[in-house]
Design a protein around this ligand. Structure first.
Ligand SMILES: [Fe+2]
Ligand SMILES: [Fe+2]
Length: 460
């Protein structure tokens, strides 16, 4: 079996791939994922969820609570601490839902590249199957999140939450693979017209790959009259602006090497998710062993981790192994791949949060949510008291920082074990330098103090 263009062009690379160990891993992953698939279970748990039936239990370990280790957490009542444990789940899975919406898009963009190459049919089948699983995951996270926020924070703090939820579910439906889309009677249409940004993104990729690149994504080819699809939230949203992401979409969809590179960034999401999901998984197992009741969100996390284990294997295999089968990257591709990793690491894990465990972004991005939380019915602080507690929690040393630094060290080691295998990366990227730089208490205090000053000006 040769790496070849399915359109009967001559083989481009005489590499025998059939005996490769990683192809067997992909076969096994696909069969096992089809076999195990927990999407129905996850969906039914989500549909049954009522906050008042689940509000008496911790959903995760106390260390995985919003504001954990801060002076405010120390003086919070038991019921407030319980609610903070629930809100942590909601916040993390809101982020996960956004990241998985990215996955739905880019799985299809890159599958459209792999479809051109013989020998990777199972890989494409698995990626399509993963895309269909993510839709159910996302809908469940959103449903539990919405009901919990409504119960804990009240209708006012949701703003136009319900219409936001409806809109985001509409967007998710637009990302469905065609066969699934028909089944659910939704339509693939876009009312937006193409813009200058789309023209620029397409022109730049023509400069890199010529007028009709051999491997150009079938998914993107079918949408040439529409805007270049892009992601605005999740990991992609933290990596680059939507217009830069359009260019990245085009590049990931133009060559087999770049399509494999997308899975480096997907693996960043997989590793970040597992860092907080695994404790829910362990909690579920422990409670099940003792024959005790399990809160529904804990069960959702448990089954989600089981589905995601297959996705993580795929990300790792494609990012670390499959790219070796592909034509060598050009100098421009190597440069772009490194820049995406650099920006992605800076945006996703380049800081240290004082009040959100296992979150490694600067708190300047989370000032408004914290301010709203402190003035919500859960705390009911006046503006003056809310600002007092923000200063204490963000700009002064406390146990929450130290606890999150320990989380940081553990995740950094995981990242380094993954990145060291990628021979085309700059040494600073292979060593995950942007994350190392972010893991500093002094730096976080300094940056939070500055961000808090700016925030004070904005609310005065
Ligand atoms: Fe998922
Ligand atoms: Fe996934």
């Amino acid at each position: 079996m040769f790496l070849r263009d399915r359109s009967d062009n001559p083989p481009v690379e005489k590499k025998v791939v059939s005996l490769r160990k990683h192809l067997r891993v992909i076969e096994r992953t696909y069969v096992n994922n089809l076999d195990s698939d927990y999407t129905e279970r996850i969906e039914s748990l989500g549909k049954r969820f009522k906050y008042d039936e689940n509000c008496q239990e911790l959903w995760g370990e106390p260390e995985f609570s919003t504001l954990y280790g801060t002076p405010l957490f120390e003086q919070a009542s038991p019921s407030q601490r319980l609610a903070l444990n629930h809100l942590y789940w909601v916040g993390q899975y809101n982020h996960t839902a956004n990241a998985e919406a990215n996955t739905m898009l880019y799985n299809q963009v890159t599958t459209g590249v792999f479809e051109h190459i013989g020998g990777y049919e199972t890989l494409c089948d698995e990626l399509n199957f993963e895309t269909s699983q993510e839709r159910f995951h996302i809908a469940t996270f959103q449903r539990i999140g919405y009901r919990t926020k409504l119960a804990v924070l009240g209708k006012d703090s949701l703003g136009n939450g319900s219409s936001k939820l409806r809109n985001s579910q509409k967007k998710i439906r637009k990302l469905l693979p065609k066969p699934l889309e028909k089944k659910l009677s939704t339509r693939w249409t876009s009312e937006e017209s193409t813009s200058l940004q789309d023209g620029v993104a397409r022109a730049l990729t023509r400069v890199m790959y010529g007028r009709s690149p051999t491997y150009f994504s079938n998914y993107l080819s079918a949408r040439m009259t529409q805007p270049v699809p892009t992601a605005t939230g999740g990991l992609a949203g933290n990596t680059a602006s939507p217009s830069v992401m359009k260019l990245i979409t085009q590049v990931w969809g133009s060559s087999p090497f770049m399509a494999c590179h997308y899975y480096v960034m997907r693996m960043v999401a997989n590793m970040s998710l597992k860092a907080y999901e695994h404790q829910y998984f362990k909690r579920f197992k422990e409670l099940e062993r003792k024959g005790r009741d399990v809160a529904l969100p804990t069960a959702v996390s448990h089954y989600h981790l089981l589905d995601e284990a297959f996705h993580t294997t795929m990300s790792q295999v494609i990012a670390q192994q499959v790219y070796h089968d592909m034509p060598e990257p050009t100098a421009a591709e190597k440069l772009i791949a490194n820049l995406i990793v650099l920006q992605g690491l800076r945006g996703v894990v380049g800081g240290l949060s004082a009040w959100l465990p296992m979150t490694f972004r600067d708190d300047k991005y989370f000032m408004s949510p914290l301010y709203r939380l402190l003035q919500s019915p859960l705390f009911g602080f006046s503006q003056e008291d809310a600002l007092y507690w923000m200063e204490k929690c963000l700009c002064q040393e406390h146990e929450g920082f130290h606890s999150n630094l320990r989380n940081h060290q553990a995740l950094l080691a995981t990242f380094q074990r993954f990145f060291v295998e990628l021979d085309y990366l700059w040494p600073s990227n292979r060593e995950v330098e942007p994350m190392t730089v972010g893991g500093s208490l002094e730096r976080a205090l300094h940056r939070n103090t500055q961000a808090f000053k700016d925030f004070l000006v904005s609310v005065e």
